[in-house]
Design a binder for this molecule. Structure first.
Ligand SMILES: NC(=O)c1ccc[n+]([C@@H]2O[C@H](COP(=O)([O-])OP(=O)(O)OC[C@H]3O[C@@H](n4cnc5c(N)ncnc54)[C@H](O)[C@@H]3O)[C@@H](O)[C@H]2O)c1
Ligand SMILES: N[C@@H](CCC(=O)N[C@@H](CSCO)C(=O)NCC(=O)O)C(=O)O
Ligand SMILES: [Zn+2]
Ligand SMILES: [Zn+2]
Length: 379
């Protein structure tokens, strides 16, 4: 039955309130308006940023909402004026848009895009500042411009990347967030050179992708730091060459690393979201040139600090969103790299579950063995 132009009723996991279990509801998804795309989401993974917003600590978190931003699917229909994708295209929704026309996109200095950010930060669509999700007339907010915990979602056309239809959607859904973030933090944000010494704080999906990116960039030493030593063995497969558990040292971790590296590392990456670790990551960098990249997302109200002398003496503090990748143009290239076996993706998937089990899937994320859980949306 043709669904174009019709409201679709489908299953979605709704976050009614912070920290309360998600509820699988029958949600009405309105047709896409001008400049919008309705996507049938086939697979979605869970990211720690979903858990962060769900916890109530995200200043942009609005409830009730449909969370989710790491997914893949097929275009069901497009609104007026949409030309770069059409019904049937295989796509990855992109929480970081790319319009190609705004001040940010044209700057050549950033992957951030300003076209729809004001709307995606408040859970609505740009054209009428309304949501396309509702339950029996009650409006439900969008999240990050993606809301992939729904069998159907509506996104802005600037927030969807068309990919090679050969790619397995149950795998490449991961290219919507965590893996590109880690790889790009190394390749685009830090621009790690061959021979560099790298420190990675946090060996979850993002930290492991940093290690993978650093190995590909030719780093000579990749030091993995985690408070859970069980993470170390697996991290070797992603490129980490040595490991430190801060709990096994009395000295501050930055001092331990400086002592081990003749004055500090060339590049460090904070992949946890802990502001004390962000400080340590900066302070373990080499005087004169060491660069530290903040990747982890810290809760509302948290602030970073260090002695300004750390920067006066040449260390550089940076951050990255989606690893600096321009989403619509570069996500398809990452998919191609995966198909050519140039980057890992399957190795980050530790669990496969269904939408119905989404609360159990979030519980699993606290399990030390878990990297990414992929949900099949239609089982
Ligand atoms: N900037 C971006 O674009 C972007 C994109 C995706 C995810 N993120 C953020 O990146 C962070 C990491 O995501 P993830 O999925 O890899 O998370 P994760 O929870 O799987 O991994 C975090 C790791 O840090 C370790 N850890 C916790 N506290 C530590 C400490 N004090 N010292 C050392 N290690 C510690 C944990 O044991 C775990 O292995 C999250 O904050 C997430 O929200 C940012
Ligand atoms: N609303 C949050 C922002 C959190 C944040 O920093 N998000 C990252 C992506 S995390 C993906 O897992 C990001 O890309 N930020 C840039 C942007 O949102 O435009 C808060 O305010 O804390
Ligand atoms: Zn994410
Ligand atoms: Zn733009």
């Amino acid at each position: 039955m043709a669904t174009q132009g019709q409201v679709i009723t489908c299953k979605a996991a709704v976050a009614w309130e912070p920290n309360k279990p998600l509820v699988i509801e029958d949600v009405q998804v309105a047709p896409p308006q001008a400049g919008e795309v309705r996507v049938k989401i086939l697979y979605t993974a869970l990211c720690h940023t979903d858990a962060y917003t769900w916890s109530g600590k995200d200043p942009e978190g609005l409830f009730p909402c449909v969370l989710g931003h790491e997914a893949a699917g097929i275009v069901e229909s497009v609104g007026e004026g949409v030309t770069h994708v059409q019904r049937g295209d295989h796509v990855i929704p992109c929480y970081q848009a790319e319009c190609g026309e705004c001040k940010f996109c044209k700057s050549g200095k950033t992957n951030l895009c300003g076209k729809v950010r004001a709307a995606t930060g408040v859970g609505v669509m740009m054209s009428d500042r309304k949501s396309r999700f509702s339950i029996n007339g009650k409006s439900i907010y969008h999240f990050m411009g993606t809301s992939t915990f729904s069998q159907y979602t509506v996104v802005h056309d600037v927030s969807v990347a068309k990919i090679d239809p050969v790619a397995p959607l149950e795998k490449v859904c991961l290219l919507g967030c965590g893996v590109p973030t880690g790889l790009g933090a190394v390749w685009n944000t830090a621009k790690v050179e061959p021979g560099s010494i790298v420190a990675v704080f946090g060996l979850g999906t993002v930290g492991l992708a940093v290690a993978e990116g650093a190995k590909a960039a030719g780093a000579s030493r990749i030091i993995g730091i985690d408070i859970d030593s069980k993470k170390f063995d697996r991290a070797k497969n992603f490129g980490a060459t040595e490991f430190i558990n801060p709990k096994e040292h009395e000295k501050p971790i930055q001092q331990v690393i400086v002592d081990l590296t003749d004055g500090g590392v060339d590049y460090s990456f904070e992949c946890i979201g802990n502001v004390s670790v962000m400080r340590a990551a900066l302070e373990c960098c080499h005087k004169g040139w060491g660069t530290s990249v903040i990747v982890g997302v810290a809760a509302s109200g948290q602030e970073i600090s260090t002695r300004p002398f750390q920067l006066v003496t040449g260390r550089v503090w940076k951050g990255t969103a989606f690893g600096g990748f321009k989403s619509r143009s570069q996500v398809p290239l990452l998919v191609d790299k995966y198909l050519k076996k140039e980057i890992k993706v399957d190795e980050y998937i530790t669990h496969n579950m269904t939408l119905t089990d989404i609360n159990k899937a979030f519980d699993l994320m606290h399990d030390g063995e878990c990297l990414r859980v992929v949900l099949d949306m239609f089982v």
